[in-house]
Write a protein that binds this ligand. Structure first.
Ligand code: DX5
Ligand code: ZN
Length: 219
């Protein structure tokens, strides 16, 4: 249904050289994944709207923001205003997730919702017809470089079935432990958007590393 895409996660890049790091991988990709963490939703702290604004000025690539924060209602609109093209939040922290999806669409953003490895798809059932992206976490959110959790694969297939049943159009993104070794199973299950942090930025030739993830997904 959707063209396969790799989204390098800048969590594994050199934060003092972000513009150069993004420019380095740009020849091989059309989007970049930006992990926003608040040290409350997850035990890690990364970046916020000012850095998104600087990234926006530095690259024309699609900016895919992943908010691992407890107050997306306050900060998601700020991330959109800073220039993100898509913003994904974890819905269990929000009293009215559908209202937040609609609010973000109204300000011109694409919108995603995320499910953690142990969370069932039923958590986001009522949102599936309204979103652009379903982010299926394949590790617990918070840190790069963790091991892929294959037990999540059936949930991807379940999301594909739900999308068909509802006549919905959302992309299915996987995030966590994605590499040429693990991506194939997610693509076979129906994922189309592959976040890869360490599998891209831990290599000297980032375009080659990103292309290797895509090639393994397409195989
Ligand atoms: C983890 C983040 C991921 C992270 C993935 O909570 O959401 O986007 O950067 O890193 P890798 O690809 O190294 O597992
Ligand atoms: Zn992420």
């Amino acid at each position: 249904m959707h063209e396969l895409r790799v989204a390098p996660s800048i969590l594994s890049a050199d934060f003092a050289r972000l513009a150069d790091e993004v420019a380095d991988v740009a020849p091989a990709v059309s989007m970049v994944h930006v992990d926003v963490m608040d040290a409350h939703y997850v035990p890690n702290l990364t970046l916020g709207p000012p850095v998104v604004r600087s990234l926006r000025a530095a690259t024309p690539l699609f900016l895919d923001a992943h908010l691992m924060i407890t107050d997306p209602r306050t900060y998601a609109p700020q991330v959109v205003a800073a220039g993100a093209d898509s913003v994904t939040f974890h819905p269990e922290v929000e009293d009215d997730p559908l209202g937040l999806v609609e609010l973000l669409r109204d300000v011109g953003s694409q919108v995603g919702v995320a499910v953690r490895p142990h969370q069932p798809l039923s958590l986001v059932e009522e949102l599936l017809e309204s979103i652009d992206l379903l982010l299926v976490m394949t590790v617990q959110p918070g840190f790069g470089g963790q091991a892929f959790q294959p037990e999540v694969l059936p949930k991807i297939a379940e999301a594909v079935a739900a999308r068909e049943r509802l006549g919905a159009r959302f992309r299915i993104e996987v995030d966590g432990g994605i590499s040429p070794d693990t991506v194939g199973g997610t693509a076979a299950a129906g994922a189309d958007t592959f976040v890869a942090g360490s599998a891209v930025f831990d290599h000297l030739d980032r375009p080659a590393a990103a292309r290797a993830v895509l090639a393994a997904a397409e195989a």
